[in-house]
Ligand binder design. Sequence first.
Ligand SMILES: Cc1cc2nc3c(=O)[nH]c(=O)nc-3n(C[C@H](O)[C@H](O)[C@H](O)COP(=O)(O)OP(=O)(O)OC[C@H]3O[C@@H](n4cnc5c(N)ncnc54)[C@H](O)[C@@H]3O)c2cc1C
Length: 398
Amino acid sequence: MIEVSNKCIGCTKCVPVCPFAAINMISKKAVMNEACTLCGACVQVCPVQAITITREEASAKDFSGYKGVWVYVELTETGDKTHPKKIKPVTFELLGAARKLADELREEVCAVLLTDKDHNYAKDLGAYGADKVYMVEHDELFEYNTDVFSTVIVGLVNRHKPSSMLYGATIQGRDLAPRVASTLYVGLTADCTALAIKDGLLLQSRPAFGGNIMADILAPNSRPQMSTVRPNVMKMNEPVVGRTAVVVRESAKLDKSLRRVKVLERKIAHDAAGVKIETAGVIVSGGRGMKTKEKFRQLEELSKLLGGVVGASRAAVDLGFKDKAHQVGQSGTTVSPKLYLSFGISGAVQHIVGMKASDVIVAVNKDPNAPIFNVAKYGIVGDAHEIVPKLIEALKKK
Ligand SMILES: Cc1cc2nc3c(=O)[nH]c(=O)nc-3n(C[C@H](O)[C@H](O)[C@H](O)COP(=O)(O)OP(=O)(O)OC[C@H]3O[C@@H](n4cnc5c(N)ncnc54)[C@H](O)[C@@H]3O)c2cc1C
């Protein structure tokens, strides 16, 4: 329920920021009409805190009207003028996960796309599993902005009532999802590594206590149930060419004043070598067992010969063998290459959660009991300093 108290001074600041044209000034007081979605945009701008939203007690609510597994579509810049943006791969991974959940619930998978210009995104979203695409096309959606995007999403959620909503645990998703969750007053589980259905609820699993235990989290008292999922954790489904999604165009009236942060300059940051371990097909990773920075450098040569990039454990990063952009694991990057070679890495749980989705894992460690061997397809018990040069020599001969 939304209420305007006597504190209202009739300043009209709330009127233009309402994306749904739901506020009229009557006798110099703001009055909300039935178009109000409780998105909270007006609450943010009211200078005298005259507007309050009261949420119903969650446990008293009937959730039978909440249907559909939603996926937030994240766009990324390409640098190409004709197609300046493309869908981030994590969106397709989430669509695959959402598909399984929705099939079990017998609900729809809906992609939520906010963009300034439609580049026929629905084609790919359909091919990767979306039944429906809720699309909001507006000039003000030209780039991600917390206030604007969260307001639009809250409006869509209040209007269509999904049972669950998934976001990538990316910089954008980690900014957007908590904002939406706090506005809607619902739960949010960050950095999930597995999702399933339990008794009709979304079972969200994520590492806890430094990765030493897995926590299973349910949110029975609020809707939508919301999670962020790290890139490369869920396997992307093969696209089904010709599978289409119904596009539902939604309108939103977005005023510039909703945008409280103004971007003055934008720079696309690249690692010195242009490295992107999250998308690499081959990763040659080293740990503390590589002993020195010089010895660690041998992995560069090996990775070049294999057409891959170098990864590192946190210990190797802390020792200065490689910089943080290369760290694999819970507090680094989650990767899923076709081939993951590990040298002198023990296989602590915080490392494993970041690489266990790799297709083939090969581990070299001189300790036969090193936990890395539990996830490796091929294991070599031996000295990395002998094995790495031999591999380099053999590959050079080829
Ligand atoms: C909250 C939290 C987040 C974390 N996040 C991450 C993360 O994102 N990524 C990460 O990696 N860690 C992370 N860690 C740290 C993690 O717990 C481990 O400390 C770390 O992964 C150990 O790195 P390592 O395997 O290189 O070193 P060690 O555990 O010291 O292992 C070195 C291994 O090298 C082997 N070895 C030694 N010499 C040789 C040789 N000559 N040839 C072959 N093998 C040899 C040894 O047998 C040993 O198994 C995190 C920890 C916490 C608490």
